[in-house]
Design a protein around this ligand. Structure first.
Ligand code: GLA
Length: 731
């Protein structure tokens, strides 16, 4: 049983395969957090809570004259503003009077079979009912009729615990949520590192590791999307934790909008982590009888470093978050025309590229931006989702049919949330964009943003898309979003509800994606936001892969994909081989290296195949064959970060191994070559200690490869790369 309740002690203990999580209701009905860590026998961990009389940490009235009882110091399961806890709170509620106190006390609990669902929001799901259990703890304020339900989804075998919170207004007057976080986790002891993933357009998800120190360390987004700048995934780790050792806790927010993740070290060196919707520009009005659900947060504990944590996330995302036909089905090797042509193409040019692509073994040809409305640059046309037959020189059906006749699938690009001022749609409905009354909205990439919190706006765009997608065979759709949101104001909502717009926008986006996925279940949807500006677990519920970055330089991609891999599996990372010199950095890397790096992703090409030499074409054919051969291992196997490409100067190395350790694929890139370099080796992982593996006619003991290592070849040129396939030798 993954949820154990000791009624007498009012103790709730959640078990996953290797972790344990515990809460306890104390004498005053406060829900205290008592333990999260390595699985042990069930035991009441509240013995660890020490109470002392601390000056300036006040005491609730209920505690009488006990000056040792203070919510300012106790580890709380879900802390509220106005309860005497001066640390960052998880929930803050304002009443009609303007008062903001909330003291939650335990009321009851319920255990449900299976995993809870959240209306309108993404969540990990159970494949079958017995894969998960749900615990619902109901808390209530004794004065106001505000009820808070804490949901815990326990996916025991997956080793994941999820959380969400539902706030209900059971009173007779409206209340306003000023802050409603998805999780709060208090650690009374320990020194930690705070690991976050920062970045920018064309360099997303770079790892940052700092020690948690007094005060608040925060990352978040106010850009309306989860953003290139910070990712809604963070790690709290023991200061000594490494890839394979030490304790760490991962927190992934399944949300694609404004978010906040914060670690606070308080006056007594206790650490609190909170995560959820960013409270800035957030306020949600709950009428009597209404409720509000926070996005889900998925927590993973590892007693063996980051690698174990990543493997848990990877498996959970692949099998219990991604959905649809392409969850496990082999995704086609694609060619996208963007870097090959940008806006400068005709139907004839595309067909010529497609023909050459088909000859190389490409399985899906994608027509990127520029096929609709008046769209020869990025300054016009967005919003006019009708085919520009003049530019194509044919109908879309003709283009799609011809590509299918070549034996390939066909895909197209959309940016449904975007609108250009120079478009028919804007001229007709200028009021459909997010804009603050009396002000001109900010432009980003020349464009504005449609108010996706409005159902009528979404319905119009949806209908426009259906007019194309219902009639043309489209097997793949790239959903892009090319700017940050600003001018957050919706003309459809009253003043007191304007703080709801960013969240309603995200709910609108999810509703649209859900509808699209249902209507076209066979269409593969790839998410994108100027590359990886909305690469989060929320989007992965709707789109099983996301374009990782607009930076296609193989060497830069080493770092981007490395950072991304801490939470997200290889099967979700859009990665393409592009032309050299690279369009972003001007760097030239061998074609082989570009493929080795792109194979640590969904794999495809983004170049003009007409510009490849015969020799290069032959190489591409071989790459595609190799990718298909190793597909299962790469996409469904475990991924091992053997080096840190930002810190290890000479080589970047990573490995895929199947979960039974029968075979492994080692990829190595000589990221910096120096004369007279010392010999290097890498230690493989995930193999069987006593098994013998064959590679290129040589035999190696699994234990030797893992503890002695594998010597890396000397590079004869910069950016050279290798792939080594180790296969277990059958006895
Ligand atoms: C974004 C995407 C690119 C490409 C362009 C088209 O930048 O990330 O891959 O689709 O838009 O305008």
């Amino acid at each position: 049983m993954s949820i154990v309740l000791s009624e007498k002690e009012s103790l709730f203990t959640l078990y996953t395969k290797t972790s344990m999580y515990q809460m306890k209701v104390d004498d005053y009905g406060v829900l205290l957090h008592t333990y999260y860590g390595k699985k042990t026998e069930n035991f009441d961990y509240s013995y660890l809570i020490q109470r002392r009389d601390h000056g300036f940490s006040g005491n609730p009235y209920q505690a009488g004259n006990d000056r040792t009882y203070s919510l300012d110091t106790l580890p709380q399961e879900y802390s509220c503003f106005g309860s005497g806890d001066y640390r960052q709170s998880a929930l803050s509620v304002k009443y009609q009077t303007g008062a903001m106190a909330l003291e939650l006390r335990y009321k009851d609990y319920e255990i449900q079979k299976g995993k809870y669902k959240i209306p309108g929001l993404p969540a990990l799901y159970a494949m079958e009912e017995n894969q998960a259990d749900t615990l619902v703890i109901t808390m209530k304020d004794d004065v106001e009729d505000v009820c808070v339900k804490l949901y815990y989804g326990v996916l025991e075998d997956l080793d994941v615990i999820t959380r969400t919170v539902c706030v209900e207004n059971r009173g007779s007057a409206p209340v306003f949520l000023e802050r409603a976080m998805s999780l709060c986790l208090d650690r009374s002891y320990g020194s930690y590192d705070w690991i976050t993933f920062y970045g920018k357009h064309e360099m997303e998800r770079q790892l940052s590791r700092t020690s948690v120190h007094h005060g608040c360390q925060t990352v978040g987004s106010l850009r309306g999307a989860s953003s290139h700048q910070y990712n809604p995934f963070v790690i709290l780790a023991d200061t000594g934790a490494s890839e394979t050792q030490g304790e760490c806790y991962g927190f992934s927010l399944l949300y694609s909008g404004n978010f906040l993740a914060e670690a606070e070290m308080d006056q007594f060196n206790q650490t609190r982590v909170i995560m959820g919707i960013h409270p800035e520009n957030f306020s949600y009005k709950l009428e009597p009888g209404e409720s509000f659900w926070t996005p889900e947060a998925a927590m993973v504990y590892s007693d063996a470093g980051f690698e174990k944590m990543s493997h848990i996330y990877h498996r959970a995302i692949r099998s219990n978050l991604c959905r649809g036909r392409f969850k496990h089905a082999r995704r086609p090797v694609l060619m996208n025309n963007w870097e090959g042509t940008y806006f400068d193409f005709t139907g004839e040019k595309l067909l010529d590229m497609a023909e050459k692509a088909a000859d190389l073994g490409i399985e899906l040809f994608v027509m990127d931006d520029g096929w609709f409305g008046k769209r020869d640059t990025d300054s016009s046309g967005l919003g006019d989702w009708h085919v520009n037959e003049k530019k194509l020189g044919c109908t879309l059906t003709e283009l799609s049919d011809k590509i299918h006749e070549m034996g390939m699938k066909f895909g197209i690009w959309y940016e449904p949330e975007g609108i250009s001022e120079d478009s028919g749609l804007y001229r007709e409905h200028p009021d459909w964009v997010l804009h603050v009354p009396g002000r001109r909205p900010m432009r980003g990439r020349y464009q504005l943003v449609l108010d996706f919190s409005r159902e009528d706006v979404r319905n119009y765009i949806f209908d426009q898309m259906c007019k194309v997608l219902d009639h043309v065979k489209v097997d793949y759709l790239k959903w892009d979003f090319n700017r940050s949101i600003s001018d957050v104001y919706s003309s459809r909502l009253p003043a007191e509800r304007q703080g709801e717009v960013p969240h309603r926008y995200v709910l609108g986006l999810y509703e649209f994606l859900e509808r699209l996925g249902r209507r076209y279940p066979d269409m593969l949807i790839e998410g994108c936001s100027g590359g990886g500006g909305r690469f989060d677990a929320g989007m992965l519920y709707y789109t099983p892969q996301i374009w990782c970055s607009d930076d296609t330089d193989a060497i830069e991609r080493l770092e981007i994909q490395y950072g991304t891999s801490f939470c997200y599996p290889v099967s979700t990372m859009g990665a393409h081989v592009s032309a050299c010199p690279n369009h972003q950095t001007g760097r030239t890397t061998p074609l082989k290296t570009r493929a080795v790096v792109a194979m640590a992703g969904t794999f495809g090409y983004e170049l003009d195949p007409g510009k490849l030499s015969e020799e290069e074409k032959e190489e591409v054919r071989k790459q595609i064959t190799a990718f298909k051969k190793y597909y299962e291992l790469i996409q469904e196997g475990d991924y091992f970060r053997l080096t840190d490409p930002a810190r290890d100067e000479h080589y970047a190395a990573w490995e895929f191994a199947d979960q039974e350790g029968k075979e492994a694929l080692l990829s190595v890139v000589a990221s910096k070559v120096r004369t007279n370099d010392p010999p290097s080796r890498v230690l493989l992982r995930g193999l069987r200690e006593d098994a013998v593996y064959e590679m290129n006619g040589k035999e190696y003991l699994g234990g030797a490869l893992m503890h002695g290592g594998f010597p890396l070849p000397e590079a004869s040129e910069e950016y050279q790369s290798w792939m080594f396939h180790f296969q277990i030798k059958e006895k």
